[in-house]
Design a protein around this ligand. Structure first.
Ligand code: IMP
Length: 196
């Protein structure tokens, strides 16, 4: 059976990738299955570089296929912050209601509210060049927090087309239109068309 490792300890991400990869005949493991903790230095300057660093690390250390993602929110009026620092912005363990409130405050008098979620997914295969796929969901920073679904910055991410935040979408709808959903679809198409 084809083996692949998800370079993550995030239970939600592992499930999402498993659901996609198992029907293609992959035996899926994750960082949680490693005996030692992988000390991967994410020192890239873009989502794509960080995803590649994580996937290449496991491919080289474990001699197996690896898939890794990196994602975040870019706000144009804040010079694309929090960007690659999205998870640790204002502190890794800081509550998102606080983080979102701070962002709304920083944008209080700002009319340019354009923003996007970006997801880069890297697929590293032994003896092959690593492939990186990018998915983007464009939107705006809302004026108020709204919605209970999703996670992170979803309650302040307004989708003009749907007239609501991404935290007000059903999980199914969000998966269909999200940055991660779009990147995942590209990975899936690549795996299928290359017969992997
Ligand atoms: P990663 O897990 O290192 O890729 O960090 C991604 C961070 O970006 C998360 O911790 C969130 O803060 C933010 N983020 C990424 N995708 C989403 C999303 O779909 N909704 C809300 N926040 C997101």
């Amino acid at each position: 059976m084809k083996k692949i490792m998800i370079v993550s300890t995030n239970a939600h991400k592992i499930v999402e990738f498993k659901q996609m990869l198992e029907p293609l005949g992959f035996e899926v493991s994750s960082l949680k299955d490693l005996d030692e903790t992988a000390d991967i230095e994410e020192n890239g300057t873009t989502f794509q570089e960080n995803a590649r660093i994580k996937a290449d690390y496991i491919r080289d250390h474990c001699q197996m296929m690896a898939i890794a993602d990196d994602s975040g929110l870019e706000i144009d009026a804040l010079n694309k912050e929090p960007g690659i620092h999205s998870a640790r912005y204002l502190g890794h363990d800081t509550d998102y209601t606080y983080k979102n409130t701070v962002i709304l405050k920083r944008l209080e008098n700002e009319t340019n509210r354009t923003a996007r979620f970006v997801s880069a997914i890297a697929l590293a295969i032994p003896n092959q060049e690593t492939k990186v796929f990018t998915g983007i969901m464009e939107g705006e920073i809302a004026y108020h927090i709204a919605g209970e679904n999703g996670f992170g910055y979803d309650p302040i991410f307004y989708l003009t087309e749907y007239g609501c935040t991404s935290a007000e979408l059903t999980p199914e709808k969000k998966n269909e239109i999200s940055h991660r959903g779009k990147a995942l679809q590209q990975v899936l198409a690549y795996l299928k068309e290359s017969g992997l």
